[in-house]
Design a binder for this molecule. Structure first.
Ligand SMILES: Cc1cc2nc3c(=O)[nH]c(=O)nc-3n(C[C@H](O)[C@H](O)[C@H](O)COP(=O)(O)OP(=O)(O)OC[C@H]3O[C@@H](n4cnc5c(N)ncnc54)[C@H](O)[C@@H]3O)c2cc1C
Length: 349
């Protein structure tokens, strides 16, 4: 059994299924993907978790190419401008400290997007798998035959092996709740893996005409520098992208704004209206139009602060139990994929 239908869990499930293992994937969410997430608002499409995938390993590059061939991923760009706030304009700061407007940075690495939002990729991976959604696991226990996975309703599923892919401290908590013996050093290490929060604001912008929204009106795809996204336009904003310019939303501008880790931590408990007000005024300050119809999404466990590079964790755990996810192979979709593969291999041994 695999807990978590994010990229790590789905990758592990596909790998094990391809080797003839019977696999059940459970996730507490209503859809697959975990931190790959897409929200639809008034016909527009907003990616509010991962924005794109990059492939640096040949193993993941091969997988991404299969996604492109399957028509679920497409090339978006080779880099993004790193913007700094000037006097009301969007600027790119070069290595020598000089500022130029609207120049995309290119580092040679291709960035891919999901064709119909990032969840296209997760839905593709989940195809043909036994995925049970809206199932929150409350504990994992051990018995003579292997493990029992108990969900929040008390329903129990027996499993010969279990791969846990929630954030590492949550995975440890599931084992503690079921009194599974974990080596103290392993518990200490895994419980201490910290995660940064991220507040995402999803918003349309005011195009100055009352009819603009209803008509799906767009004030053009040139709202942000090519290819429609900007890193760090202000200290409080880590990322801003227009899902319309990106090619994922049929109309827009449809903005995804990711707040910086420090702003997100400071405002995590603030109400939505306060967050939107603060971000809206920052966005106005860099010369973008006013936000309207903004929604807020909070990611409590956005990214592991100090991810390991060990594949998947088995040390100090009972045989047949593996903890995986982006905390073990890099805080990106690629890391989650590689950790999922490593987990499947560990179970298969
Ligand atoms: C705002 C944001 C922006 C990002 N941008 C990028 C980017 O541009 N590029 C990139 O490569 N990466 C990006 N990332 C990181 C990337 O999304 C993650 O590294 C990757 O998706 C993690 O996958 P995972 O399978 O390890 O974990 P997750 O996707 O978190 O999957 C874990 C799953 O476990 C489920 N779960 C947890 N507890 C339980 C339980 N008790 N019972 C049942 N199910 C449970 C959760 O619902 C979740 O679906 C971003 C992440 C965030 C949050």
């Amino acid at each position: 059994m695999i807990v978590g239908a994010g990229i790590a869990g789905l990758t592990a499930a596909r790998e094990l299924s391809s080797r003839g293992r019977r696999v059940i994937v459970v996730d507490k969410g209503r859809g697959v993907g975990g931190r790959i997430a897409t929200r639809r608002i008034d016909g527009a499409v907003f990616d509010h978790g991962a924005q794109f995938v990059t492939a640096r390993s040949s193993e993941f590059q091969g997988e991404v190419e299969r996604w492109v061939q399957a028509g679920v991923a497409a090339l978006w760009s080779h880099g993004f401008a790193d913007g700094l706030v000037g006097d009301g304009s969007l600027l790119t700061r070069a290595a020598d400290g000089s500022d130029t407007p609207h120049m995309p940075a290119r580092d040679g690495h291709p960035r891919y997007r999901g064709v119909d939002g990032m969840t296209s990729i997760a839905k593709h991976l989940a195809r043909g798998l036994d995925v049970r959604l809206s199932t929150a696991v409350a504990s994992v226990t051990r018995d003579a035959n292997g493990f029992e996975v108990i969900d929040a309703t008390g329903s129990t599923t027996a499993a010969s092996a279990v791969i846990l892919t929630p954030p590492a401290p949550q995975s440890i908590a599931l084992l503690d709740a079921g009194a599974v013996a974990v080596d103290p050093d392993a518990r200490t290490t895994l419980s201490a893996i910290g995660y940064e929060p991220c507040i995402a604001v999803l918003a349309f912008v005011d195009d100055g005409s009352a009819a603009g929204a209803a008509a799906g009106g767009s004030i053009g795809s040139g709202l942000l520098p090519e290819p429609g996204a900007l890193r760090r336009p202000a200290p409080q904003v880590e990322w801003i992208a227009d899902n319309f310019a990106k090619g994922s939303s049929p109309h827009g501008p449809a903005l995804t704004i990711h707040c910086s880790p420090s702003f997100s931590a400071e405002h995590y408990q603030s109400d939505d209206a306060t967050i939107v007000d603060r971000i809206a005024s920052i966005i106005r300050g860099i010369g973008l139009p006013a936000l309207r119809d903004a929604q807020v999404k909070r990611w409590r466990y956005s990214a592991p602060v100090a991810p390991l590079s060990i594949g998947a964790w088995t040390d100090g755990l009972p045989s047949g139990l593996v903890i995986a996810g982006d905390a073990f192979m890099g805080a990106r979709v690629e890391g989650a994929f590689l950790s999922g593969l490593a987990a499947a291999r560990a179970v298969g041994r």
